[in-house]
Ligand binder design. Structure first.
Ligand code: CP
Ligand code: NVA
Length: 305
């Protein structure tokens, strides 16, 4: 059987709803998994810092009976001139899966092309699919059903936003990408997500007006205004994004049982205020915890014999 990757959410479009349910099931069964991934090793290559992705993948595979190996790319030969093609083929002889956090999605794609074992994205400049899975798990947990809910993403149309567009479209969630005109999500992803949403009876909408977009929202979502590798200065970012900040004013426009999400790390006082992230609508730490359960669902599905 051909190996499968999770580099873009759409790589596992057909399996996505089952992945969400599996993550919820594995969350309930924590501590009673047996060892379904006994003897399996996940090689984790990082070009950028990480708290959640690194820790949750390591603990997820350990709790499923396997083992994780942390590889700092700057200390690998790939960080000193060895090609990604050779790295992919060598790691494929040692490990059973590769998780990669990359600056450039082209390197991610090349790793997927040359590896003969599953490649899972731990974020690149285009997508963050495992984050989107944990996000959908959180929405489903909080509301019971995803279909028909309205999620408004505010701020930078970045990797997190791109993956959420696909994930919401697959789950029948209406998603508004409310971003400055100069910082909209990837245009091709917006179009493809809109097509998927149409098939599922939901909508993908672009907006530049937070006050309008947040009306009746079930979920307000934001992420950092300056992603890793982005050279925008803090002063510039504040100028571009200030009106997209999630604060009490914007929250008051949303549905009364609205939840507030952030993939973390957060910058209080920038994309979200302290009172909102610490307030009763915030589910950010449940969302962070769900990274663990989501990673387990991905690892089990891709690495189990
Ligand atoms: N949300 C997320 O991916 O966090 P880390 O950068 O800590 O992995
Ligand atoms: N958009 C952020 C997400 C961090 C988890 C970044 O790429 O830095």
């Amino acid at each position: 059987m051909a190996k499968k990757d999770l580099i873009s959410v759409v790589d596992m479009k057909a399996e996505w709803p089952a992945l969400v349910d599996l993550a919820i099931k594995l969350k309930k069964e924590r501590g009673h998994h047996g060892d379904p991934l006994k003897g399996k090793t996940l090689a984790m290559m990082f070009e950028k810092p990480s708290t959640r992705t690194r820790t949750s993948f390591d603990i997820a595979i350990t709790e499923l009976g396997g083992h994780a190996l942390y590889l700092d790319v700057s200390k690998m030969q790939m960080g000193h001139g060895e090609t990604v093609e050779d790295t992919a083929r060598v790691l494929s002889r040692f490990a059973h899966g590769i998780m990669y956090r990359a600056f450039d999605y082209k390197m991610m794609d090349k790793l997927g092309e040359w590896a003969t074992i599953p490649v899972i994205s731990g974020l690149d400049n285009l997508e963050h699919p495992c984050q989107a899975l944990a996000d959908i798990v959180t929405v489903k947990e909080k509301f019971g059903e995803c279909r028909g809910r309205k999620l408004v993403y505010l701020g930078d149309g970045n990797n997190v936003c791109n993956s959420l567009l696909y994930a919401c479209a697959i789950m029948g969630i209406d998603m508004v990408a409310c971003c400055p005109a100069t910082r909209m999500p990837n245009a091709e992803i917006m179009m493809k997500a809109a097509d998927i949403a149409r098939e599922n009876g939901s909508k993908i909408i672009a907006s530049h007006e937070p006050q309008e977009a947040c009306k009746d929202a079930d979920v307000l979502y934001t992420d950092t205004w300056i992603s890793m590798g982005d050279t925008t200065s803090e002063a510039e970012a504040i100028k571009i994004f200030q009106k997209y900040q999630i604060n009490d004013d914007l929250l008051s426009i949303a549905s009364p049982d609205c939840i507030v999400m952030h993939c973390l790390p957060a910058h209080r006082g920038q994309e979200i205020t302290n009172s909102v992230i610490e307030g009763k609508h915030s589910v950010v730490f449940d969302q962070a915890e769900n990274r663990l359960h989501a990673q387990k669902a991905v690892l089990y599905t891709l690495l189990k014999d």
